[in-house]
Design a protein around this ligand. Structure first.
Ligand SMILES: NC(=O)c1ccc[n+]([C@@H]2O[C@H](COP(=O)([O-])OP(=O)(O)OC[C@H]3O[C@@H](n4cnc5c(N)ncnc54)[C@H](O)[C@@H]3O)[C@@H](O)[C@H]2O)c1
Length: 256
């Protein structure tokens, strides 16, 4: 119950999928959660669910691809809760499913603005508060697609590869300040993101789920809670000697 007792976390994209599940789990473990979410109703729903269970959470309407928006919200979190211990860079979009020769600049930028600049802006504006305390934990949601190729989603692969590289670089930059930076690489996890992606495919979500389940040696897709537990370990002091690591939560996909 107390694995994150008295800690303060910012979780981006906390209104759905893994961000929501992670927010609920962190609150159960004693953490105060700043819910950063572009979708107002979903963000408020996460906060309400946490409050109904006796946890502490507050909503900020944030578009992580807007630096001013991020800067302002981060300042308000520090003013509200007094410090920032944890940042979970979770918000992300998959973008278009095209091969590189078919892509337009704006399709490329759409994904990079959220998935890469979002991580850059949130990290940039949270780090000064962690430096003040000489302590912190940042978890970046990359993907199996950040280190492996696949049959789909070219800009998403490139963006998640950038997040993977930023994780290593930031881990080294801030290791002496006791700010740890790690990445999580999920396989297919059944969230609204995957449901939307699957529904675009011929045969719909059922066909996509079957295709992806076969690619995971364990034989099925994962659940948001599988990733939330990984975030919990990396955010907590249990992982105090872990930085620059990649945690694959993928049913064995990357072991093939
Ligand atoms: N689901 C998977 O199979 C899978 C696999 C590997 C990696 N990931 C990554 O994990 C993270 C979470 O994925 P998910 O499946 O839970 O996604 P999701 O779409 O279910 O939830 C993402 C949340 O982020 C919010 N969001 C989107 N753009 C935003 C922005 N600009 N600013 C603030 N919030 C924004 C959405 O409104 C949504 O609530 C993403 O970074 C995703 O790329 C997902």
């Amino acid at each position: 119950m107390d694995r994150l007792k008295n800690k303060v976390a910012i979780i981006t994209g906390a209104g759905a999928g893994m961000g929501k599940e992670t927010s609920i789990l962190f609150a159960k473990e004693g953490c105060s959660v700043a819910v950063f979410e572009i979708n107002e109703q979903d963000g408020i729903d996460t906060v309400n669910q946490i409050s109904a269970n006796g946890g502490v959470a507050k909503f900020w309407k944030v578009d992580v691809s807007n630096e001013e928006n991020v800067k302002q919200a981060v300042q308000e979190v520090a003013a509200t809760f007094g410090k920032i211990d944890i940042l979970i860079n979770n918000a992300g979009i998959v973008g278009v499913d095209k091969k590189v020769h078919e892509l337009t600049n704006s399709e490329w930028d759409q994904v990079f603005n959220v998935d890469v600049k979002g991580v850059f802006y949130c990290t940039k504006h949270v780090i000064p508060y962690m430096l003040e305390n000489q302590k912190g934990s940042i978890v970046n949601l990359s993907s199996i697609y950040g280190t492996l190729g696949s049959h789909e989603l070219t800009p998403y692969h490139a963006a998640k590869g950038a997040v993977f590289a930023m994780t290593k670089q930031d881990a080294i930059s801030y290791a002496k300040n006791n700010i740890r930076v790690n990445s999580i690489h999920p396989g297919t996890i059944m969230t609204p993101l995957v449901k939307e992606l699957g529904s675009r495919m011929e045969g719909g979500l059922e066909a996509y789920n079957k295709l992806m389940s076969e690619k995971h040696p364990i034989g099925h897709a994962g659940e948001p809670i599988d990733v939330a537990y990984g975030c919990l370990y990396l955010a907590s002091d249990e992982s105090k000697f872990v930085t620059g690591a990649q945690l694959y939560i993928d049913g064995g996909y990357s072991a093939m």
